[in-house]
Design a protein around this ligand. Structure first.
Ligand SMILES: [Zn+2]
Length: 348
């Protein structure tokens, strides 16, 4: 968008300049031939003024282009006052503001749905309300990236409130009540838990390609066991990383798996233990999303934020922008901010 506008202005300026010069020459030639009057000074002067004003306008325009690769970027995303209404053929990716935790809702080009994580236990009501507000009736694919409470805490409520198609979690156990609640909720509705691991292709929506790219190995750390999912639609792509850390990232980088993504969910809420340089280079995103809230871990860290800034990656954060909504038509991406907060009971 920014590029296009810039291009139009430049084109207009060049046209004006050419018109000015031509006007001047024609005027001079006429004056010379007919030896009558000199070129109309007012015409040249006004054209010159148009060019000057145009240049000033360009100078004042906020720079929306990436000086490194020339890509246009909607750095300033529009804020919405109501839920985004998806047009047919659009894929929408919601990074739901669950505070310190993670949850992503994807609605495919023909309306299929996928929910990855559901925030902490105290966000149960909020997640259910967000999904209802988005008009969701069924979750076609549900993924718990790993058993930590800030990711799977709300999954039992989601399972209780919505029809669920396929359910995926990595093969890692946890003896927490949160984890047991999720298994129990799935059992109650006779939902089978499939294993989330590398090289599994998820059958989702038409025109999309959904690939589980991690966990590649068997890791002791539950974060490293995080399911990492790459979703591609047309020319656009998203990488959703759970809390995968450096070890999982190393294995991803040394694999031949397609990792390139336009939008990277920054691993582990922007902790230094994720987003290693080789991994970031392989993914090579234009946009980064950080899902974090009030926390004592220092997430996201200044180091990670600086790393992203230095690479000219546009960063969107739940803690500063609320819910972040990416819209893809298969070719172009658009970013919208949705400040909606759950207020019922106001306990949270
Ligand atoms: Zn986490």
């Amino acid at each position: 968008m920014g590029d296009l506008m810039g291009l139009e202005i430049v084109t207009a300026l060049i046209s004006a300049a050419i018109a000015g010069v031509v006007g001047l020459l024609v005027g001079k030639m006429k004056a010379f031939k007919k030896k009558k009057q000199r070129s109309p000074i007012w015409l040249s002067a006004s054209l010159f003024a148009v060019v000057l004003i145009g240049m000033l306008y360009v100078g004042d325009k906020p720079d929306e282009t990436n000086p490194l690769n020339g890509d246009s970027k909607p750095i300033t995303a529009a804020t919405m006052s109501s839920p985004y209404v998806r047009a047919e053929g659009e894929m929408v990716v919601h990074y739901i503001n669950v505070g310190q935790g993670a949850s992503q809702l994807l609605v495919g080009p023909s309306g299929k749905t996928m929910l990855i994580d559901a925030g902490n236990n105290d966000k149960e009501e909020m997640i259910v309300a967000y999904l209802q507000r988005a008009g969701i009736k069924k979750i076609d694919i549900l993924v718990g990236t790993h058993p930590d409470a800030d990711h799977i805490g709300g999954l039992d409520a989601v399972i209780d409130h919505f029809d669920v198609g396929q359910f995926y979690m990595p093969k890692v156990q946890s003896n927490t009540k949160t984890f047991e609640d999720v298994l129990q909720a799935a059992k109650n509705k006779e939902i089978k838990v499939n294993t989330a691991k590398a090289d599994v292709t998820l059958e989702w929506d038409q025109g999309t390609n959904v690939q589980l790219v991690a966990p590649i190995g068997d890791y002791k750390d539950t974060n490293e066991m995080s399911a990492v999912i790459r979703v591609a639609y047309g020319e656009t792509s998203f990488l959703l990383t759970g809390d995968a850390e450096t070890k999982s990232e190393e294995d991803l980088v040394s694999s031949s798996t397609m990792l390139k993504a336009d939008v990277l969910l920054i691993g582990h809420h922007g902790s230094n233990s994720s987003t290693s340089d080789p991994f970031l280079e392989r993914v090579n995103p234009r946009y980064a999303v950080i899902q974090s809230g009030k926390n004592n871990y220092g997430h996201p860290t200044p180091e990670i934020l600086a790393k992203l800034t230095n690479k000219n990656i546009a960063v969107f954060r739940n803690d500063t922008s609320g819910n972040i909504v990416f819209v893809s038509n298969g070719k172009k991406l658009d970013v919208k901010l949705d400040p909606w907060e759950f207020s019922k009971g106001k306990a949270q």
